[in-house]
Write a protein that binds this ligand. Structure first.
Ligand code: NAD
Length: 289
């Protein structure tokens, strides 16, 4: 399988390395990054020209659309454009339509699992698009990830991703609030974890990514809140959820509040580069609002 990999940043570079380590022929392109161990072309059109699968891992829907305009005419008929970026649902649908018009097929397959998952090949993929194209890229999912779920037609992967991350943002804030309250009530953090992680308040934010340092499994809290998953990316995903909710007239008051709280955290307090679990020390320092 010949693969082109476009966008070799924090996620794309380790994902490309996993494919190379598994024996695939990979040609990369990135206008800025020059990651070790990934051969790259100077022109994106050259990277994609004879690839069976072109993977994109890009920052935004606008950039994805621009890259799609550049690469679709240069791709081989019948090839698959596999986009793993997190972007808005409409961009995913429009790019899929453009791919189809160019004689290609497209899958939107955003990921969960962060840089650790990208490095270790343990990402979860949530995919939208034609079943045949999903089956073509399944071997790549198997290398880069531990699980791939086919969620439906074009855009369904992005829909699943933003719904998941809307829950994640809300549960992280709720978990941080509960630790802050528990502290002030004199409740020992370890006791709090032992109870909640095995009671009805448990969640991924508490059990797998505990925001309190020294409690629960190793997490960014144990590394001075170095990401992990940055608060800026959490805010990006929450905003995508609110954009989608507005487009389909869905009422998401918790999602809206989580978006506002992360917007304040990132834009008012300049904490975008911290892990999103750093909401805990932030809330502890704040007076009651
Ligand atoms: P990043 O900023 O580290 O990497 C993006 C790369 O895209 C950069 O190297 C940039 O130079 C490149 N790029 C920009 N414009 C380009 C163009 N026109 N053509 C080719 N390459 C271009 O971002 P990242 O952390 O790797 O995230 C990539 C995507 O994955 C985002 O959509 C993000 O939301 C999503 N994501 C990230 C994480 C995470 O923990 N970092 C987790 C899940 C999902």
């Amino acid at each position: 399988m010949k693969i082109a990999f476009i966008g070799l940043g924090n996620m794309g570079a380790p994902m490309a390395r996993c494919l190379i380590a598994a024996g695939h022929e990979v040609m990369g392109f990135d206008p800025i990054a020059t990651p070790d161990g990934v051969p790259c072309c100077a022109r994106v059109q050259d990277a994609v020209a004879d690839a069976n699968v072109v993977i994109t891992m890009l920052p935004s829907g606008d950039i994805l659309r621009a890259v799609a305009d550049d690469i679709h005419p240069a791709m081989t008929q019948g090839a698959v454009h596999l986009d793993c970026s997190t972007v808005d649902v409409q961009s995913a649908r429009d790019v899929a339509q453009a791919a189809e018009a160019a004689g290609l097929s497209a899958i939107d397959a955003p990921v969960s699992g962060g840089m650790g998952g990208a490095t270790n090949g343990t990402l979860t993929f949530m995919a939208g698009g034609p079943v045949a194209a999903f089956e073509t890229v399944q071997p790549m999912f198997d290398i880069m990830g531990q699980k791939a779920v086919h969620c439906g037609e074009a855009g369904a992967g992005q829909a699943a991703k933003i719904c998941n991350n809307m829950i994640l943002g809300a549960t992280m804030i709720a978990t941080c609030e509960a630790f802050s309250l528990a502290d002030k009530l004199g409740l020992d953090r370890q006791s709090m974890f032992d109870v909640v992680s095995t009671s009805s308040g448990y969640s991924w934010s508490m059990n797998a990514y505990c925001p309190a340092p020294g409690i629960g499994p190793n997490s960014p809290a144990d590394n001075a809140y170095t990401p992990g998953f940055s608060a800026a990316l959490m805010l990006k995903d929450l905003r995508l959820s609110q954009q989608a909710a507005e487009a389909v007239d869905a009422d998401t008051p918790m999602g809206a509040r989580a978006t506002q709280l992360y917007a304040d955290f990132v834009e008012l307090h300049g904490m975008g580069g911290m892990d999103f679990s750093a909401m805990l020390p932030h809330l502890m320092d704040k007076p009651r609002s």
